[in-house]
Design a protein. Structure first.
Length: 50
């Protein structure tokens, strides 16, 4: 299987999963938004060594 075909199937699978979860009532935008916000907060704070 070529790399392009693998990427295509991965993107198609993720989009299918998002559509299925949306139909089941799972709001992915808030989940993804809060995860990105948490990562942003974690990366912007300096490391403190105790």
């Amino acid at each position: 299987m070529t790399a392009m075909m693998s990427w295509f199937l991965t993107v198609l699978g993720v989009l299918g999963l998002v559509i299925v979860l949306h139909h089941l009532g799972v709001d992915l935008t808030t989940t993804i938004g809060s995860a990105v916000h948490g990562i942003d907060q974690w990366l912007t704070h300096p490391l403190t060594l105790v």
